[in-house]
Design a protein around this ligand. Structure first.
Ligand SMILES: Cc1cc2nc3c(=O)[nH]c(=O)nc-3n(C[C@H](O)[C@H](O)[C@H](O)COP(=O)(O)OP(=O)(O)OC[C@H]3O[C@@H](n4cnc5c(N)ncnc54)[C@H](O)[C@@H]3O)c2cc1C
Length: 368
């Protein structure tokens, strides 16, 4: 019997939509089903680094200027010290999650993706997926159903090489951004990310290991930032989410493949989650055409390597305050170190430059 579609994607968040678009770019038929209705919101730092913008452009999506706010680099602020650098090329953008979702839905529709909203998938079936009692036959199935993926469990892929969780709370504030950088404020075992998302709005996300630490309770530990927020009105409700570091043993089983947070994640501190997701989607679509999911497994691992390493480095700074302050002083004494670290972060540095920068930073730490 002929399947109803070539690819059925479970989940219509950024990963599911990106995969849907990429699959259409390869000329296959695709259905995306999501239990929710668009535009779908989700707590997020809402920053897209230049490599994330490039990956989005490959899917045929550019975010209009009037719906976003560019940022030219990253600033670390910790214990009275600052380190600031621009991206080596390009700019990042801050964009409300709902806006990004709407743009992705529009692009998916234009590309010919069949979209089913308010349609939760209830089980996998030998020939496709079940929407309640209804069977939809499909050659390939994609689990793009987020960090708490049921598809991952149904396919027997819930086996992790590492699995750590932190807790996040996000809220928007009505205030003109005071900087054209994305700020990372380091506090006692927590961070606040500040992303300009419009000319009169910022997105604030607090991330820590404590599930009970909310934004208002954390603010006194960030006096400089709290002073800026004093007269700013919240423009959205505070919403919580988990931020995971997760690596799966395997990201496919038979003809079921996982993409996005369902397939593992790097901690949100990197701001690279969406970029990773968009890139996975492109590779997965190519692998469907070749009929080779083993290649997807290999490429998936390669794509995660750099962001996972950067997340590891940054989380070490979270755990060890004294080391963080030494690193901040090293950045202060030689600002090129931070510029190169940022270049490394967005994939604009060769492995050799990477190693040289590591040695140089090590030397500064030893001699500081
Ligand atoms: C605090 C925080 C800050 C972050 N900041 C950034 C940042 O600044 N930049 C960045 O690039 N990344 C950031 N990330 C990461 C980014 O948000 C994620 O990588 C991204 O949301 C992953 O998208 P996804 O589509 O895989 O999952 P989700 O966005 O979780 O989407 C999953 C979708 O699947 C649907 N679904 C679930 N089950 C079913 C079912 N059975 N049937 C049908 N549909 C189903 C859900 O309704 C949902 O729409 C951050 C993450 C956190 C937690």
């Amino acid at each position: 019997m002929k399947p109803a579609t070539d690819v059925f994607i479970i989940g219509g968040g950024p990963a599911g939509l990106a995969a849907g678009i990429a699959v259409r770019q390869q000329g296959l038929e695709v259905v995306v089903a999501d239990g929710a209705r668009p535009p779908i919101d989700k707590p997020c730092g809402e920053g897209l680094m230049p490599d994330g913008c490039a990956a989005l452009a490959q899917l045929g999506i550019s975010v209009p200027e009037e719906l976003s706010r560019p940022f030219r680099g990253i600033t670390f602020i910790s214990g009275g010290l600052r380190a600031e650098a621009n991206f080596p090329t390009g700019t990042g953008i801050g964009v409300r999650r709902t806006v990004l979702h709407r743009l992705m839905v529009e692009r998916a529709e234009a590309a010919g993706v069949s979209l089913l909203w308010k349609t939760p998938v209830t089980a996998l079936h030998a020939e496709g997926v079940l929407l309640g009692q209804e069977l939809v036959r499909s050659r390939w199935i994609v689990g793009a159903d987020g960090g708490h993926s049921l598809v991952r469990r149904w396919a027997g892929l819930d086996r992790f090489l590492c699995d750590r969780t932190r807790f996040a709370f996000r809220r928007h504030y009505r205030i003109a951004p005071w900087t054209d950088s994305m700020e990372l404020h380091w506090g006692p075992k927590c961070q606040i990310y500040v992303t300009p998302v419009a000319d009169d709005e910022i997105c604030v996300a607090l991330v820590s290991g404590d599930p009970h630490l909310r934004l208002d309770a954390a603010l006194p530990a960030f006096p400089e930032f709290a002073a800026r927020l004093r007269d700013a009105e919240p423009s959205s409700a505070e919403r919580g989410a988990t931020s995971s570091t997760r690596k799966l043993r395997q990201v496919y089983q038979g003809r079921v493949a996982l993409v996005g947070d369902a397939s593992g994640a790097v901690d949100s501190i990197t701001g690279e989650g969406l970029c990773l997701t968009f890139r996975q989607a492109q590779v997965l679509a190519e692998c469907f055409v070749r009929g080779d999911l083993r290649r997807y497994q290999k490429e998936h691992r390669k794509l995660a390597r750099r962001p996972a390493m950067m997340a590891g480095l940054m989380l070490t700074l979270d755990w060890k305050t004294s080391l963080r302050q030494r690193v901040m002083r090293a950045f202060d004494s030689d600002p090129r170190l931070f510029s190169r670290m940022l270049a490394m972060h967005v994939g604009a540095l060769s492995s050799l430059d990477f190693a040289i920068n590591g040695l140089s930073l090590g030397w500064h730490l030893v001699t500081a």
